[in-house]
Design a binder for this molecule. Sequence first.
Ligand code: MTE
Ligand code: MO
Length: 368
Amino acid sequence: MTSVDDVSRPSRLAEPDEAISVEELQLAARNHGIPLEALRYDVTPAGLHYLLIHYDIPDVDPATHALTVDGAVDRPLTVDLAELRSRPRVTHRVTLECAGNGRALLRPRPVSQPWLVEAVGNAEWTGTPLAPLLRSAGLDPDAVDVVFTGADHGVERGVEQDYRRALPVADALRDEVLLAYEMNGAPLLPQHGAPLRLIVPGWYGMAHVKWLRGITVLTEPFDGYQNAVAYRLRDDADDPGVPVTRIEPRALVRPPGFPDFMSRARVLRPGRCTLDGRAWSGHAPVASVEVTTDGGDTWAPAVLDPPTGGEWAWRRWRFEWTAEPGRHVLGARATDASGRGQPVGQAWNRGGFANNMVQRVEVVVPVE
Ligand SMILES: Nc1nc2c(c(=O)[nH]1)N[C@H]1C(S)=C(S)[C@@H](COP(=O)(O)O)O[C@H]1N2
Ligand SMILES: [Mo]
């Protein structure tokens, strides 16, 4: 017998001394992160925004593409792109971060897309709000979950499936949730979900379904793979866990100076310099950022620049530093208005999700 099971990998943890494999590298080469120097841009240029594509980029023809709304609704709908474009048009600047960001730094390492800290971007998404479309379909009063289906197809743990993710009805009906057809003022690129994707400001990436082709309203909780199996915070494989939802606060340092090609360790000239970076949270606005230059032993407050993009966009921070000759480990940590912060050590879970451990940027300041 041959089956899809034969080629499918179980979820597993790397052995203590196991290096990143060619399979993990294959994922990393497809799904690139933001080059950290691109933290300089308020709005991440589309080609520098991180990517996460579970299967293949599907072949979708925008001329014939349509979105269906069905399930527990009074009036099932089919709308094409021209119709979606004729509906009210809204633009939100939104920081998108993959829930697996930071995974490859965890010990033990969950084997999957091996992100370090670079699975983030801040783009401008234009589209039409989802809620009025759902309301025009007539939601069943007993509706519980809204399932979003992409046009991409693959295998997870032996089971063939389309990419499908659900949101609880109350979250799907939030004003800021968009059916987006443009990124940074241009039609969506194939890799970012062309011609239509969901944008769920404040939520980790997995909720922002790309190549969106169907919306199905359920009166029972959705039990599909991406909600019931993947994207849960579990202590171990038997733990039912809790769903991954909103983005935990995080600050990143834009690495200063210049890098060594192979190690990417930084070289910085001695003297005064301004360190900067970005900070965000999907729970509440960023309230403060602190910086360490000694690997987390001591912290000092950074200055937050005025917001440049509304409540879902990252914010720039700055910190004046005098770089003395020697080796330094830089990092930054954000605290949001809900009181959530960032641990210096790892917050481990089986899937390596929502881990916002403080970044470590190693810098060598040579004697002049
Ligand atoms: N249809 C579909 N939507 C998807 C995915 C996918 O594989 N298929 N990946 C999700 C994940 S895990 C992330 S982090 C974001 C990444 O969006 P981006 O590639 O535009 O940055 O898309 C989400 N939407
Ligand atoms: Mo993701």
